[in-house]
Write a protein that binds this ligand. Sequence first.
Ligand code: FAD
Length: 366
Amino acid sequence: MNYDYLIVGAGLYGAVFAHEARKKGKSCLVIDKREHLGGNIYCEEIKGIQVHKYGAHILHTSNKKVWDYMNQFCEFNQYINSPVAMYKDELYNLPFNMNTFSKLWGIRTPAEAKKIIQSQIASLNIIEPKNLEEQALSLVGTDVYEKLIKGYTEKQWGRSCRDLPAFIIKRLPLRFTYDNNYFNDRYQGIPIGGYTKVIEKMLEGVDVQLNTDYLENRQELNKLSKNIIYTGMIDAYFDYKLGVLEYRSVRFETEELDTDNFQGNAVINYTEKEVPFTRIIEHKHFEFGNQPVTVISKEYPSEWSKGEEPYYPINNDKNNALYEEYRKLAQMESRIIFGGRLGEYKYYDMDKVIEAALLKAEEILV
Ligand code: FAD
């Protein structure tokens, strides 16, 4: 046994845990099947622009401990996420706020906006929403739903809002101030220099082996440590013996463009069904870049099948019940801890992943 811990996955969960373990004097080997560090927060530099290869990532949190923790590894810039929605050549500010309502209805005051929304909701007379469409209509009324929610959601899930369960949308926050800041959190920003550098810093002094799939080499790798932190897919660990947990996937089409500013904003959502992608990300705007060229990524949601990159867990009753069975199996594995978004089959924002990894480190590292 060469190491105190073998950590499977060089994503945020694995890197935070490894950093904490090293601080406590434990030796760690971090392995990843990919050719780079960082998991899904990995950024690749193209023409001086940090390109978020697995989807745009903005750190936002109200947890001061997490914010301070991350600030040890980098300085954050002042980026505030203020996405814009494009519906049939009409542009609307997001999240739904007074700028959105003013553009939709030509009104000025919160009282006018509330009156329109309430009258649209009342005219629908939905008592108990039977599906996502009815749920959304009963929360925001017809116009916001038709122009800004319906098409986007149907593209994201690959089916009609009438065939999606109501529980997917619990709340749809409406903001009656002229405030385009998407997140309500106290802290947000993008690491200056990119996320990959943050992970490199976390892993300073830790042994790392890339291009190494744990599941393909588990016999030899298990000999290296008696304690394993596993942040890969929980069902894959058990050879899918109880069934396959489902995900939604995304295909990214990234292009370099010979212009200094393509869309004037980091994130533009395309909310009509006819446009096949959901968003265009223009990466340089996350870091106020002034390069003469730009890089954009179009995001195409897609069905996921085994062997492809899993992005969003589909936490419906069927998958949650299956995960619960896997979790019970996992509890019987005395030397392995399952963590992170794939190990716990959970949509986890970065701050929650950091919190979870710190908590686990506190619990088990002595
Ligand atoms: P991962 O980053 O997936 O790391 C797991 C690592 O394990 C991977 O590198 C993988 O290659 C490796 N691995 C898996 N199996 C094996 C194996 N068998 N052998 C070896 N290695 C293996 N959060 C935010 O807070 N803000 C955002 O704006 C945001 N945007 C997002 C956008 C998208 C499209 C998605 C999908 C997520 C977004 N998130 C965002 C969430 C964020 O990506 C996660 O919180 C975070 O990346 C999870 O870290 P992790 O370590 O759990 O998982």
